[in-house]
Design a protein. Structure first.
Length: 364
């Protein structure tokens, strides 16, 4: 079997705001869907990270990685990943090039699952259950008064975990009052503070029983600073959504920076790299709560990986609603639980009509 074509498709699907107020910085929700076609008639699909830089990520796939892959055996996943890493390292080991490699790698694993006739979580060793628990990841609201309705909406939908993106203690206090003591709460502040500011905020947040406080520190690679905040702030930390490859995660784990690491399959180097990171986390006894605010193949890949990884939990669902799903027969999350599709590979096929309708033109 040989690879005959590789393409990145940039989609811009509108967000529905009738049911829930949902401010979003980039307007439409951008998704970069990757296809890898073979001469056996099997096509694998992946997803690459592209918030804010979708054209750049798509260009790396279409212009740089595609020529490396044409004519290669798609089953040689480790070899192909190593080839892509080595031939792009001059452009930077992390960031856009690794995002692009991630999308290719996910598509190659989708092909592997289709060849085997197994959903990915079974290909990875199986799971005692075919469901994963999801939490609602709210967007950041500029007005605290918008937080309460969003929290209530998520709770009414059956979620038992909610993550805020606010920066203030008032929003957290309000959320805990609405949610009660049994709902798990998380808070992601997107690398907002210095060490001293983060310590002060952690101490303010501590009484509200956060499961984790996510990436409080700028710069995010200050892992020693994260360790200090976790030791002195009285609250578990999560980090890793901005990290790439097992090497950066080894630094996180070695420094004791977090109680939860958060690899993003569309950013770290794909499924291959994610599984290496999971093995490291197991050795260090650290839990995995993956970063996955996506709606395409990256979402499905994350669900399969959680199911097959004992120390992984909590499927992140960015709590906004798109006009259409990229998948045929997508049934979504029900009562805070996602049921894994049982088709081979990622388990669902893309909807060609949606791909065509919402495709954003990129340079050919």
């Amino acid at each position: 079997m040989k690879i005959t074509d590789v393409n990145a498709y940039l989609l811009g699907i509108p967000i529905c705001t009738d049911e829930l107020k949902t401010p979003w910085f980039w307007g439409n929700f951008n998704q970069i869907v990757v296809s890898v076609e073979t001469d056996a008639g099997i096509t694998g699909y992946g997803e690459a990270f592209g918030y804010g830089v979708p054209h750049a990520t798509a260009a790396v796939i279409n212009k740089t990685l595609k020529p490396m892959l044409l004519g290669e055996d798609p089953s040689q996943i480790n070899m192909l990943q190593n080839k892509m890493y080595r031939q792009t390292h001059l452009f930077g080991r992390y960031g856009i090039t690794t995002f692009a490699i991630s999308g290719i790698d996910i598509a190659l694993w989708d092909i592997a699952g289709k060849i085997a006739g197994l959903p990915l979580y079974r290909l990875f060793g199986g799971s005692p259950t075919d469901t994963v628990t999801a939490y609602a990841r709210l967007v950041r609201y500029s007005d605290t008064e918008d937080v309460g309705p969003a929290v209530e909406h998520a709770l009414d939908a059956g979620y038992t975990g909610v993550k805020l993106h606010q920066l203030d203690v008032e929003s957290l206090e309000l959320t805990r009052a609405i949610a009660g003591p049994k709902v798990q709460l998380m808070m992601d502040v997107n690398c907002a503070w210095t060490q001293e500011e983060a310590l002060e905020k952690a101490r303010q947040f501590a009484p509200y029983g956060l499961l984790w406080l996510e990436e409080p520190l700028w710069p995010p690679e200050d892992f020693k600073g994260m360790h200090r905040i976790q030791e002195q702030g009285g609250i578990p930390l999560g980090c890793g959504e901005n990290a790439c490859t097992e090497y950066q995660f080894h630094q996180i784990l070695e420094s004791g920076a977090a109680a939860y690491i958060q690899p993003s399959v569309v950013k770290v180097g794909g499924i291959t790299e994610w599984r290496k990171i999971a093995a490291l986390a197991e050795a260090y006894g650290v839990a995995i709560a993956p970063h996955s605010p996506y709606f395409g193949p990256g979402f499905l890949a994350t669900a399969h990986l959680i199911a097959a990884t004992p120390q992984a939990d909590w499927l992140e669902h960015i709590y906004l609603f798109l006009e259409r799903s990229v998948f045929k027969d997508f049934y979504g999350i029900q009562e805070g639980v996602f049921k894994l599709p049982q088709g081979p590979g990622l388990g669902l096929e893309l909807d060609g009509e949606v791909m065509e309708k919402y495709r954003v033109k990129t340079e050919s």
